[in-house]
Design a protein around this ligand. Structure first.
Ligand SMILES: *Cc1c(COP(=O)(O)O)cnc(C)c1O
Length: 413
C-alpha cells in the first residue's frame, strides 16, 4: 500500500458517512442527477477568507480565477474578496459577468493578443504587462480607441520562492519584465498617458513553508521599493504574489498563515517611504478553494488482474487530471481518497482506483488502502476545488462532462 495525502480537517463523518456541507454524498448526487460530480462548499471558502483577513489586516485579497472558474463559485466568491486576477479575455469576461467591477480585475499572462488587450482596456481592466513590447502595444491600442489604459508591470523577480512546487521567478522566464529592465518600462508607461497602477511580483506557487513565503514577501517589498526609486515613480498598488500551498500528499503539513501575516505586518510597518501610500495585495487560488472541493465518482467494476485489485470508476483523469499525477508533478503520488461510506469493520485492502479511459495513466488512486468496496459504492477524492474540472482534458474519449455544484452558490438544483 502507498500513502495518501491528508483529508482536509473541514470534513466530518456521521454514522460512517461523509458529510459535505451538512448533507451526505448520496443527497448531493441525487440533487445533481448523477456522478461524476464536483462539489464546492462556499462555507469552507468563507472560512479561508476569514482566516486570511485575520492574518493579513489591511492587505487586499485577490482570487486567481484560473484555480476554479466555475461561474456560480466565481459569483459567490466575488463579493467576499477585493479583486480578481484573470489570465485571458475569456476569464475577464467571466469575472465581468460575475458582477465584478472592472476596476477590481487585473489581467496577467504572457502572449496577450491585441484583441484581448483591447477588450481589457475598453472595459477598464488593469493589465499586468509581461514585456516592454506588450507595454507598447497596450499604449498604442489605448490611443487607437481613445481610452487611457490602466497598466501595471509584472516583474520577473531576481529571487525565487524556495520550496515552491512551481517556480515562476528567478532566471530566464517568459513571465514578467526582468528586474533590471523594469525601471525603464515603468518610466515609459507612467510618462505616456497611461494610468500607472503599480507592480505585480509573483515568485511561485504551492509553498507550505512559512519561512520561504516570509522571505519571498520581504524580497518582493524590497524589489518594489528599489525599482520604484530607480524609476522615480511611487506605485499606487503592489501585488506581492501569493503561492500559499495546501497539503496534497502524505507528510505535507498545512501552511501557518498567521506566521506569514505577522511577518508581513512587521515588514510593511518598516517599508521604504516610496511605498508609503501603496495598497498591497496577495493573490491566491488553490489555498482559497482547493480544500473546499470534492470529486465523487462511482465504482462501475471491481476486478483482479495478476493479484492487483482494481476499482474501475465512472470518472477519471479527463475530469481530475491533477489527482492522476499528470498535472505538472514529476513523481505520481496519491491525493487524499476515501469511500463516502465507511463500513463498521476497520479492515482495509490494497486497491487501485482507475478511471474509464483506455490509458494506463488514468489512475486516481495507486495501491491505496480502502475498506472493501463494490460496484455502486462512491469514491471521494479530496482537494478537487482547485485545478480540477477546468484543468483536465474533458473532451478525451467523449465521456459526458462531470456535474458541478456550489453549496451556497447559484447552481440550479
Ligand atoms: C496561477 C497563478 C496564481 C494562483 O496560484 P495558486 O497556486 O493557485 O495560488 C496566482 N497568480 C498568478 C500570476 C498565477 O499565474
Amino acid at each position: 500500500m502507498k500513502p495518501t495525502g491528508p483529508i482536509p480537517p473541514d470534513y466530518r463523518w456521521r454514522d460512517g458517512e461523509l458529510m459535505i456541507g451538512g448533507r451526505t454524498a448520496d443527497a448531493w448526487i441525487e440533487a445533481a442527477g448523477d456522478t461524476p460530480l464536483f462539489i464546492y462548499d462556499m462555507a469552507i471558502i468563507r472560512d479561508r477568507i476569514a482566516r486570511f483577513r485575520a492574518a493579513f489586516p489591511g492587505v487586499s485579497l485577490h482570487y486567481a480565477v484560473k484555480a476554479n472558474p466555475h461561474p456560480p463559485l466565481v459569483r459567490a466568491i466575488a463579493p467576499l474578496i477585493d479583486g480578481i486576477d484573470v489570465a485571458s479575455a475569456g476569464e475577464a469576461r467571466l469575472a465581468l459577468d460575475a458582477g465584478v467591477d472592472a476596476r477590481r480585475i487585473s489581467f496577467a499572462g504572457p502572449g496577450k493578443r491585441d484583441r484581448e488587450l483591447a477588450t481589457a482596456i475598453e472595459a477598464g481592466i488593469t493589465l499586468n504587462l509581461e514585456s516592454a513590447g506588450e507595454a507598447e502595444r497596450a499604449l498604442a491600442i489605448g490611443r487607437g480607441i481613445g481610452r487611457t489604459p490602466r497598466l501595471a508591470l509584472r516583474i520577473n523577480p531576481d529571487f525565487e520562492l524556495k520550496g515552491s512546487g512551481m517556480k515562476m521567478g528567478g532566471g530566464a522566464k517568459p513571465f514578467g519584465v526582468d528586474a533590471d529592465q523594469a525601471a525603464a518600462v515603468i518610466s515609459q508607461v507612467a510618462g505616456a498617458g497611461a494610468e500607472y497602477r503599480g507592480l505585480h511580483i509573483f515568485a511561485g506557487s504551492q509553498a507550505l513553508d512559512p519561512a520561504a513565503l516570509i522571505e519571498a514577501q520581504a524580497s518582493a517589498l524590497a524589489l518594489a521599493a528599489r525599482l520604484s526609486e530607480e524609476a522615480g515613480v511611487a506605485p499606487p498598488h503592489v501585488n506581492l504574489g501569493g503561492g500559499f500551498g495546501i497539503p496534497h500528499f502524505a507528510q505535507d503539513a498545512a501552511l501557518d498563515v498567521a506566521a506569514v501575516g505577522a511577518a508581513l505586518a512587521t515588514a510593511l510597518a518598516a517599508r521604504p517611504a516610496i511605498l508609503r501610500d501603496a495598497e498591497f495585495t496577495i493573490e491566491l487560488g488553490r489555498w482559497l478553494v482547493g480544500e473546499a472541493g470534492v470529486y465523487l465518482t462511482r465504482i462501475v467494476d471491481r476486478k483482479t488482474s495478476h493479484g492487483e485489485t482494481f476499482l474501475v470508476v465512472d470518472g477519471g483523469l479527463h475530469h481530475q487530471l491533477a489527482a492522476s499525477g499528470n498535472f505538472g508533478t514529476v513523481v505520481r503520488r496519491n491525493y487524499p481518497i476515501s469511500l463516502t461510506k465507511l463500513p463498521q469493520s476497520g479492515n482495509v485492502e490494497d486497491v487501485s482506483v482507475v478511471g474509464c479511459l483506455c490509458t494506463p495513466i488514468d489512475r486516481l488512486g495507486d495501491h491505496v488502502g480502502l475498506p472493501h468496496a463494490e460496484p455502486g459504492d462512491v469514491v471521494v477524492l479530496f482537494l478537487a476545488g482547485a485545478y480540477g474540472a477546468s484543468a483536465s482534458p474533458q473532451a478525451f474519449l467523449g465521456h459526458p462532462a462531470p456535474h458541478e455544484l456550489t453549496i451556497d452558490g447559484t447552481d440550479i438544483l
